[in-house]
Each structure stands twice: as structure tokens, then as C-alpha cells.
Design a protein around this ligand. Sequence first.
Ligand code: WT7
Length: 647
Amino acid sequence: MAEQPQIYPVPEEWKRRARVDAAGFETLYGRSIADPGSFWLEQARRLDWIKRPEIAGDWSFDEADFHINWFTDGKLNVAANCIDRHLASRGAAPAIIWEPDDPDEPARRYAYLELHQEVCRFANVLKAQGVGKGDRVTIYMPMIPEAAFAMLACARIGAIHSVVFGGFSPEALAGRITDCDSAFCITADEGRRGGKRIPLKANVDAAAERAPALEKVIVVQATGGDVEMQDGRDVWYHEVAETVSDDCPAEAMGAEDPLFILYTSGSTGKPKGVLHTSGGYLLWASLTHELAFDYRQDEIFWCAADIGWITGHSYILYGPLANGATTVMYEGVPNWPDASRIWQIVDKHQVNTLYTAPTALRALMAEGDAPVKRTSRASLRLLGTVGEPINPEAWRWYHDVVGDGRCPVIDTWWQTETGGHMIAPLPGAHDLKPGSAVKPMPGVDPQIVDADGNVLTGAAQGNLVIAKSWPGQMRTVWGDHDRFFRTYFAAYPGKYFTSDGCRRDEDGYYWITGRVDDVINVSGHRMGTAEVESALVLHAKVAEAAVVGRPHEVKGQGIYAYVTLNSGVEPSDALRDELCRWVRSEIGPIATPDALQFAPALPKTRSGKIMRRILRKIAEGDMSSLGDTSTLADPGVVDDLVSHRID
Ligand code: WT7
């Protein structure tokens, strides 16, 4: 029997003041499921429409009639919703507070009026460079305000942004530029993180050699570092900006016009271009930001993610700005110059809500309580977490030490594909249990199914599917609609398959148990094992590779690679380092293997299928449950793997 989890009841003060209390949640959720049509048309009023929609959801997950549309007859502009409509009432209110990497440099603040000017100017620069409605614009930027301006500028003119995380390699960048046939790239001379420089422009130059689609590069001067500019292709942002006006009308977009593409890893080799559209996505980001964080006007909201991930899209940018919030953008890393940095920023900018990942909490927790206790944190009223299941120990540390026991911890389960929170407690409505993401958001209809697709009721464990569409759902995989259907709707016909395992307890609380596919979660970032394997086998000395995840104290999961070398190549420590560096340069630092074991052979079935279950068990050091190895083509390989395993 599992130990009974401790329950953290809704504090009295939260019961009184929260936007949604327990009864309110039941009503809200009940209506969203019973009458989604009128519920969503009413919710749509939270946005500013050029033409208000009269149709809510129009969708079918069935193969014969597969389609997903929301508010199809509506017209709006996402950037105008995030900026223009706040100008009359909140023009002077801060929209973005930017905190630089180096704490000795000044922070920057942009009021909504200033944000408006910056975004209009950026939009005119894009137009001057030939960017038009529907064009794909790759954004490969550090965490500087110009990254936000660039995204909103695309939204303003109806271009589709594809943000590529600044930690990805030129190789990975080139693949993403090519996949969506993006002729434009916005970058900066260099990025800065933890006192180090990242040569972003040089990376774009390298990517351009393998991405013939790329025609124009707009370079923002961030550090003043030396870069090479290619005539005819590269322009300095600040030079073009001088030549354009800061008046730019917002394009009227259909609710289903694409807003952005964001690449994410799946269980096959190639990252998928997840496509989100305008109306439904923005509504979802805005509604979930308000409900899960109980957002109130004039609060300071800090999502400590990178804009290169969906968390940054939805909760640094679109959700908070759609709600007229003040959003904090931080250039640096949590533990530089020291382990107190996050809490100092909280005090400096009087942050009310902090949203971060369990991996960051575990890393900071390892530094002890002192770096936290040195700061006040009195401004905090709510703490959020995202990215992976949070272990109860980290949850309690977040609650007791960081929040001094005052702040609800909101564990939000969602995915790049879902656009925003899917399962999360509402702070005024739900008692909390450390490690549980609690209950579905309005309109979300989660089910737990067994391997045959039978729906399990009551307390149960199995695979998590979503039975109904919701406005923030992705609409397709860029360029491969068939792959979209196959990946998410084929396993359990008529339902969206999340690829996560899940348990529901006797109180109807949801506990995500982790991915059930070949995706591992490293520091809250998704990494397809196949992606790392493809990078490894590209190396001239590698014959075959198999990659699995194994528990890692700080990262959640670490990457464990088994590599078979070409015949005649001798294993060595130098070669191990070389292969790790190789993966790093092919994909990026986040894909660097934590352990790399040379394997004379991999365990395979007689039909040649690699038995990953065995590889996972060996990596975990769980040799007692290797199971039946007699079906292997050569059971002997297991002994060699066990004796050379890396701790
Ligand atoms: C996968 C999605 C959603 C933004 C960040 C990651 C895991 C995410 C939680 C959570 C347990 C979680 C799931 C999911 N995940 N949040 N609160 N509890 N697991 O987005 O890169 O698309 O990854 O992250 O496994 O499928 P992503």
C-alpha cells in the first residue's frame, strides 16, 4: 500500500478571496462539459474580436471525418489582444520587466504603450524585409525583450513564428528552418547565460549552409560582440528600425489562421512542428493563466522558463499579456552568480507568482535553505510548477521553505501539444496533495484507459487520453497532417492520446506517472531517444546505438546511451568523450548523454527488435527484474552489458 499523501487544505484566506472556490469549480467545470457550445462562446468574450465568433468547437477525432476547428467564423489579431486593447486603461502599466543575466546591470521595463511602439516598429522592420502573412519566421534569440517583440510582431502582421531554443545547435536549427521552409530568421549577435556568451549569429551562419530556404537574417545587437554580416542576406535590426515608423495596423486574422509552429520531440527521429492557431490558443493561454494562477490585475507574474519552449510562449508571453499582466523575463540561469539569484529577483521585482520546473527546484534544494532564507520573498502568494512529475520532497521544500508555508503550490500538467494547462489545481478550490496535478481545467475531459482502450472508472491507473477537443489543442504537425492523426489519434480511436501514464485516486485526483513512449524528460525538456540515437549513428565510428532514460537526482531523467562501435574500432575514454561532444554539437547541450556504455552487441529479439526494457533495467541498476531473456537472439549479450554498466 502506498503511503497516504499529506493533504494541504485550501487556506481560509484563499477560500474567501479566490476567483473560483470549490463550489464555483463544480459549476464551471460541469457547464463546460455539459454544454461546451455556449460555455466556450461565453468564454470567447474574454478576447477582443474584430468579428465575434458564433461557432465554438467544430471537431471530430474520428479518422473518416478528422478535423479540429474552434471559433472558425471569428476574426481577431493576437498581438492587438495582448497589447492594443490594454492601452486605454493600462497604457502606463508595466507589461514586461526584463532582468538581465548580470545582476549588476540595470533591469529594463516596458509599459504597454512602449511595448506597443516596439512591436509596431519590429513589425514594420519585418515588412520592410519582405515578410508577409503566412510566411514562416524562425526566431533564434536569447531571453531579451526583443525576442518577445519579434514574436508579437509576427502575430501582428500574420506571419507564423517558429521559435528555436537558443541552446540548440546549428544542425538542429537548420533542420527546423528547412522543415517549415522558413526564409527569414531573427537572431542576435550573441546570447548570455550564467556569465557565458552563446554565439547565436555564428550558429545561424553555420545553419544557413545546410538550410537553403533561408534568405534573410535580421540581427539584433544584444552584446555588441563581433559577428560577420553577409551582404544581401544579413541586416542589423537597429539600422532598419531607424528607417521605419512605429505605426503598424494589426492584420485581421481568422481564428484558425496559424499563430506559431514549435518543434518538439516525439518517439521517432524527427522533431514535429506543432502548429497552434490564433483564437483558440490565445483563449486557452489567457483562461488557464487566470484560473490556475488566480491572476489579479497589477500582479507581477514570473514564469522562469525560456521563450524557446511552450511554457515561455504561453506563460511568459501570450497568457499574461492577453490578461494585461506584468510579466517578468529573465535572461539568465537560476544558480548564477549564486544559488540565491531566483529569490533575489523575486524580492527585487516584488514577484507575486513564480512558475518554474521541478528540476530547478531540486538543483536549488541541493544548495540548502540558507540561499533562500537570506531573502524575504514576502511578495510571493502563489507558486507554480511544470515540466515533469514533481517529487513530494521537492513539492514540500517549495511550499515550506520557498513559500514559508503561505503559498499554494500549483502543479500544472500539460504539453506542447495542448497549448496550456490541462490538469492543475485551482488555488481557491482544491485541497492539494504533493505530487498530484489534481483536477482537469474547464472543458478538459480526461480518461484513463487500459492497453485495449477500455475506459477505467473510479480509482485506476493506465494511459491518459483526452476525450474531447479543447480550444488550445494543436491543429496539425506542420507539413504532415497524416502524422498528426497517427501520432495522437490512432492508438485510442476517437480520443487524443497524451503518451503519459496516469493514476486517478479515490478523490478523483490525477497523478501523472510519466511518459509511456520513447520520450525521456531531461530537466523538464523532452528528448526523443530516437533523436539521440540518430545523432550517434551519424558518427563514422558508430555502428548502432540505443538510448534510454534512467532516474537522475536533479534532472528527473538522465540520458543513458549504449553504443556499438564499427568493427576494428577500439572503445576508449577519449572516444566516449568524443561521442558525447558529438551529440552535443549535433543536437545541443541538453541532449548530451549522462552515461555512455560501449556494447559489443545490443539485446535483440530474433526478429531484430532491440529490447529496450532490458536496457532500461540495466541502466537503472535493477538487475533482479531483467525478466525473461530467453527470447533474445543471443542471451549472452546481457551478461556483458551488466558487467560493464556505468553507475
Ligand atoms: C510532457 C510534455 C508543458 C510544458 C513543459 C513541457 C511532462 C509536463 C508535467 C507535470 C507531470 C509533466 C509530461 C508531458 N509533464 N508537465 N506537471 N507533471 N508531468 O512540455 O516538452 O511538451 O513535455 O512533460 O510527460 O507529456 P513538453
